[in-house]
Design a protein around this ligand. Sequence first.
Ligand code: NOJ
Length: 678
Amino acid sequence: MLAPAVHAQANPALLGDKTAFIDDLMRQMTVDEKIGQLRLVSIGPDMPATKLADEIAAGRVGGTFNSVTRKDNRPLQDGAMRSRLKIPMFFAYDIIHGHRTTFPIGLGLASSWDLDVVATAMRTAAEEAAADGIDMTFAPMVDISRDPRWGRTSEGFGEDPYLVSRIAEVSVRALQGERKPIAADRLMASVKHFALYGAVEGGRDYNVVNMDPQRMYNDYLPPYRAAIDAGAGAVMVALNSINGAPATSNTWLLQDLLRKEWGFKGLTVSDHGAITELVNHGVAQNDNEAARLAMKAGTDMSMADQVYISQLPGLIQSGKVAQQELDNAVREILGAKYDMGLFKDPYLRIGRAADDPANVNAESRLHRADARTVAQQSMVLLENRNAALPLKKGARVALVGPLADSHLDMLGSWSGAGVDKQTVTLRQGLEAAAGKGKIVYARGANITEDKHIVDYLNFLNWDDPEVVQDKRSPQAMIAEAVQAARHADVVVAAVGEARGMSHESSSRTQLTLPDSQLALVLMNGRPLDLNWARENAAAILETWYTGTEGGNAIADILYGDVNPSGKLPITFPRSVGQIPSYYNHSRLGRPFTEGKPGNYTSQYFEEPNGPLYPFGYGLSYTDFSLSGVSMSQATMKADGRVGGAPGEGIEGLPQGAAAAGRAKGSALHHRQQGAQVL
Ligand code: NOJ
C-alpha cells in the first residue's frame, strides 16, 4: 500500500503539464483509490443515483454511463468533489448517430459517400450531448461487416475498408474537435469494437472470430487504425475472441498491436461485462483470474462488472498483478480525464444549475434542418421502372405498411436520447408535402405475425413494448389497404424491419421481408433479400432508418424535390447462401467469370452469381449517357491513378466502387439537386 497522501488534492499549479500533473496526483493516490478509477458504472436498478453518488464520494468509481442530463450528472460530479482527492468523474453514453436529434443510422450516413454529411451528423451529436453534460461517447463504431445476418451491421458504415476508414477519421475529428483538452462543446471518442467484431462467425452476435493476418490487416483493422491516427482518446475492447483469444484478455491485440505497433496513447475500456465473461470464454477459471488476465493484457477500465474492484486489491497485494500494471491503467484514465478538460473544470460540460434547460426535449434543442439535409443524402434508389418516381404532388397516394406511420422505427437502433414522438413519420412527411387529402393511409400489415419474434423484440420492454401489434386479422388489414389502393394513383408501401430487428443481439438466418409485405419504401438496417420486390415493385427506395426528420426527407425524395444520390456502402446478396458477399474479394486460382460455364470455378451452380445490388450501386432521377470514355493511361504505378474525373465523390475511392456507383445511369455528381426526369 502507498502511504496516505499529505496533500489530498490535485495540484493546480501543475495543470499545464499533463505528465507532471498526473504523476503528482498518482503519488497521492492509495491503491484502493487507483482501483476505484478503473470502474465504469451504469445507473440502473442495482445502482440508483444516490447509491452511486456515495460510491463516487468514497473514491470507488472512475466514470459512469447512461446518465444523460446535466441535472442527473451534477450530483454525481458533486459526489466526486466530496471524495478525498476530488478526481472528477467522466460521463459516457452511446451517441452513435445523433443525440437529441437522430440522424440516419451508420449505413445511411455511409450511403451518402460524403464526409461533410457524416461530419455534420457527428458534430451536431457531440454538441447536443456535451450540452447535456456528457464527456465521452462510445463511438464511432467502425466494425467492417460483410455478413448482413449480423444485427449490428446497421450501426457500422459497411464493408469497405477505405470508405469506413475515412468515415472513422472524420467522425473522430467531428466528435472531439481539433483542440486538446477537448472543448466544452465536444466529446471524447471511444472507437469500437476493437477488434474485428463485425466478422463474428455466421453473423451470430458475440461469436468467435477466426481470421488470417492478411485479411485482418488489409480489410478489417484499417478503420480502427484510422480513428486512432485521427486522435481518438479511447478504444472500446470487443466482446468477441480473435483466433481463440478473447479481445479483453488479448495481449497481442491490446499491447503489441494497439500500443506498440500503432502507438496508441489513450484509454481502453472493456465492453459491458466483458471481463467477467472471460470465465464463460473458458480462458479464466474465475473472476480472480479474469481480472488478472484483463489487467495484464491492458484493458484499463471495466464496464459494468465488479471484477476489478473486487479482485484487484488481493491481486496487487499478492503480487499477481504488478503495481506498475495497475498504474499504467490508472494513468490512462487520468490522462483521458485530463484530455476531456475535467481537471481544469469538472463541470465543463455540466455547467451551472441556473443554466439547465427547462425541458431537455425542447424543440429548440433539436437540429431539424441538418437532420433533414443529412437524411436526404443518405437514401439509395434501388429501382425506378418507367420513372415511377418522383411522384406528382397532385397524385392520390395510398400509403400502406407497418412502418409508414411508426415514430419509433424512424429512430433506428442505438438512438441515444432521441424521442420517438419527435420524429416525422413518412405519413406526416407525405401529408406535409402533398396535403392531407392526397394521402390515404392503411397499415396493411404488422411487421410480423410471428409471436415468438414479437416477444423477442419486446424483451426487457414489457411495460413499454417496442413492437405493438395491430389486433385486427391480417385479412382485415390487407382488405383495408386494398380498398385504399383502389382509389389511389399510386401505392407507397413502407416496409422492412422493426428497428429492433437490426440491433445488438438481433442476428437473422433469413434476410427476407416478413411474409405480410410488399415493398417500395424500405426501412431496415441491413441488406435484405429483395428478389421478389425487385421483380414486383415499380420502384424501391432504401431509406435505412432516417432519424428525426426522416418522413420529410423521404417525401423530399419521393416527390422529386431532392434527387436521390446515395450509393450502397455494402453489397446486397441474392440469398443468405451467398453470404459473405463483398466486392473486394481476394484473387483466386479458379475464379468464376460471368457468361462462361461455371464448372470447376468458385461459384454456386443453382442461382446467378454476383450480388443482387453491388457495393456502390444507386440510381438517381437523372439519365446519363456516357460516350468517348477512355482510360487516361493503359498502365499505372503502384501508387498512381488511372482515369476518374477529379472531384467526384471521395478522392481515391476504389475504381471498382466508383464504377459500380455509376452503373445503370446513376448520378455522376452525387450532390446534384432537383429531379430531371427525361
Ligand atoms: C454493449 C455494446 O456492445 C457496446 O457497443 C455499448 O457501447 C455498450 N454496451 C454500452 O452501452
